[in-house]
Design a protein around this ligand. Structure first.
Ligand SMILES: Cc1cc2nc3c(=O)[nH]c(=O)nc-3n(C[C@H](O)[C@H](O)[C@H](O)COP(=O)(O)OP(=O)(O)OC[C@H]3O[C@@H](n4cnc5c(N)ncnc54)[C@H](O)[C@@H]3O)c2cc1C
Length: 598
């Protein structure tokens, strides 16, 4: 298993030097989030993930969760590690002080989540799901519901789930069959089966709070008739203590490709007692409010996977001796050169590095927009932040998870045949991260959300705030000779992006399939361009630092070299996606479904 080291230096570069988190936090009133405090918390998180969470990653994968008559047991060490996680106060970090949280910024938590995910994807999902449940109750629950459920979820002694998917519907939740019938006491009897419920049953916490979507009889068909409910595993007394068992059981757990240490459950509700959250038939709208945050969390899993795989591949490439460098012997005292001398190995390592570091910058930026949405008092600033977040979240979610998966494949490849062998842990990273392209909306669904709902749905309005920011950056650096290798491509690709969007808008009016046919290529193009902007910004910071002093020179020089690699070897991929978009839907739709195979 590659030994995980939390990328503290680079995370500080992103948070402090690129995104100036100090001013950002002070401006939003996060007085406790001083630079010293941020540094101290980050160091503790690094230690905890490296020493407690990472060591149970491989064993967790090998052992998996086990199911016995409805009881789910997590792999050895998970319960103890989760206990330490709770005792360390980690779940409380960015939660509301009114419910026992520490009130620190969301963006700090997001940064640390990358460490947890990279150390152990399966483990990180348990608290991740709790966060979704907690955010839903906090945003839409009644005062009684908040006081009953949130403090324990914040503390981490109870965990949460999101129960949406059913056997016959995942993407199309309007088809759900789980029903909710009103009881005499105002609660609801929930009946139905949910599948693929992450952390649906386990032995880590005293209670599990399920957030369930269901239809109340008489509600409209489709997504307009969905309501949202809290359904605890154990009923809760008026004083907030666990009492008798609710009619919620785990029918089985899935045996799957990866994240084996996270229990993926079939959950049966047999007239279980549930409590309506928000208004009847507004369930999906309630879910949308936290969906950006959840998708951002999944996007960060892509970055985490890329970085964990990069760390393993880099160490191996420096150590493994095979063949001689084409440009002359580099290791004369050894029988061969280390494989890091070979250009193709460097292609893979630099792809991993540029995606991990570029993705980290994009996630950090988006997390600050979430902070603004939570804490700013300036409505105009909030509206701009929300618009940028709406545009960039599907891009980050789909692009970074697809590229994260690609990077883990490079990690296997750098190891040669050894990458295919379980012992090294590189194939586990690849198996574990595939799920990030699927849950919280597949890549295809993110692409439709971006192109159809957001861009064409707003007639391009949504592009304006972020577009203006990128343009302002290019204009501000137009006279800087050293920045031209980055600025010019952004302007060219950005101009083409605009033209592509306009052309697609016109084509879609004649043939709606043009949107679906273009959407994933369009999203990937948008992703490559967006990351180019963040690489250009990082190059600018590095250049300024180098001009100002000799401190940490090697770090900043490496940033500029990596930016150059990104612009020369990764960004051009966008041209391929543009060509696919331009070729349109015709060839995709030409075969009848019976003609696919003979
Ligand atoms: C390990 C794991 C954990 C999960 N955790 C949870 C959880 O905690 N809670 C929960 O509720 N769910 C969870 N899920 C479910 C997950 O969110 C769904 O699997 C996912 O949303 C896709 O739904 P589906 O599997 O039904 O696929 P489908 O909806 O059947 O989609 C199949 C394929 O068709 C494509 N497709 C569908 N509609 C369209 C369209 N209109 N245009 C283009 N392409 C389309 C999809 O992109 C996909 O490629 C989990 C799943 C797994 C495997």
């Amino acid at each position: 298993m590659p030994e995980y080291k939390a990328p503290i230096r680079d995370m500080k570069f992103v948070m402090q030097e690129l995104l100036d988190c100090d001013s950002h936090y002070q401006k939003l009133g996060y007085e406790d989030a001083s630079l010293d405090m941020v540094d101290a918390i980050m160091s503790e998180a690094a230690k905890f993930t490296e020493q407690v969470i990472a060591p149970i990653n491989k064993t967790g994968d090998e052992q998996g969760c086990t199911w016995n008559d409805g009881v789910v047991t997590t792999p050895d060490g998970f319960k103890e590690a989760y206990q330490q996680y709770v005792e360390g106060g980690w779940p409380t970090l960015a939660q509301n002080v009114d419910f026992g949280g520490q009130g620190l910024p969301h963006s700090l938590n997001t940064a640390l989540n990358e460490f947890f995910s990279a150390a152990n994807h399966s483990f990180a999902m348990y608290p991740g799901l709790s966060h979704g449940a907690l955010a839903t109750i906090e945003e839409h629950g009644s005062e009684v519901q908040k006081n009953t459920f949130i403090p324990k979820l914040v503390e981490g002694t109870w965990t949460g789930t999101m129960c949406l998917t059913e056997p016959h519907c995942g993407t199309d939740l309007g088809m759900l069959r789980t029903k909710a019938e009103l009881n005499d006491d105002g609660s609801y009897a929930i009946t139905g089966t949910k599948i693929f419920i992450s952390a649906g049953e386990h032995d880590l916490s005293d209670n599990i709070v399920h957030i369930v979507i269901a239809r109340i009889p008489g509600s409209p068909e489709g997504s307009r008739g969905i309501s949202l409910f809290i359904v605890p595993k154990f009923n809760v007394t008026d004083t907030g203590e666990v009492s008798d068992r609710n009619a919620v059981t785990c029918g089985s757990i899935e045996h799957k490709m990866g994240i084996n240490a996270n229990a993926t459950c079939v959950i049966n509700f047999d007239g279980a007692k549930g409590y309506l959250i928000g208004e009847i038939n507004r369930g999906l709208n309630c879910m949308f409010t936290f969906m950006n945050a959840a998708r951002l969390g999944v996007a960060s899993e892509g970055v985490a996977a890329a970085d964990a795989s990069f760390q393993g591949a880099l160490a191996y490439a420096q150590d493994r001796l095979q063949m001689r460098s084409l440009s002359g012997v580099k290791n004369p005292n050894g029988p061969a050169d280390p494989i890091i001398v070979h250009p193709d190995v460097r292609r893979m390592l630099l792809t991993q590095k540029s995606i991990a570091e570029g993705g980290r910058a994009l996630i950090g930026y988006l997390a600050q927009l979430v902070d603004i949405g939570h804490a700013s008092k300036d409505e105009a600033e909030k509206a701009i932040a929300e618009s940028k977040l709406a545009l960039l979240t599907p891009i980050a979610k789909a692009f970074l998870t697809e590229l994260g998966l690609e990077c883990t494949s490079h990690g296997v490849q750098v190891f040669g045949g050894h990458g295919f062998i379980k012992e090294w842990g590189m194939e586990q990273l690849m198996r574990d991260t595939k799920i990030s392209c699927l849950y919280e909306g597949t890549t295809g669904i993110q692409a439709l959300d971006l192109l159809a709902r957001k861009i064409l749905g707003s007639k391009g309005e949504i592009l304006k705030p972020f577009g203006a920011e990128v343009t302002a950056f290019c204009v501000a650096n137009a006279g800087d000779e050293a920045m031209q290798e980055f600025i010019q491509p952004i302007m060219t690709f950005g101009g083409d992006w605009q033209k592509m969007t306009e052309t697609l808008g016109l084509k879609a009016m004649q043939n709606p399939d043009e949107i679906g046919a273009a959407s994933v290529d369009y999203l990937m193009y948008s992703g490559y361009l967006t990351l180019a902007y963040f690489w250009a910004k990082m190059a600018k910071v590095a250049q300024d630092k180098l001009a100002a002093s000799d401190d940490d020179k090697a770090f900043y020089q490496a940033k500029i070299k990596t930016a150059r690699f990104y612009f020369q070897r990764i960004l051009p991929r966008a041209n391929g996606h543009a060509a696919c978009v331009a070729n349109g839907a015709e060839s995709m739709m030409a075969l009848d479904s019976e003609e696919f195979i003979f």
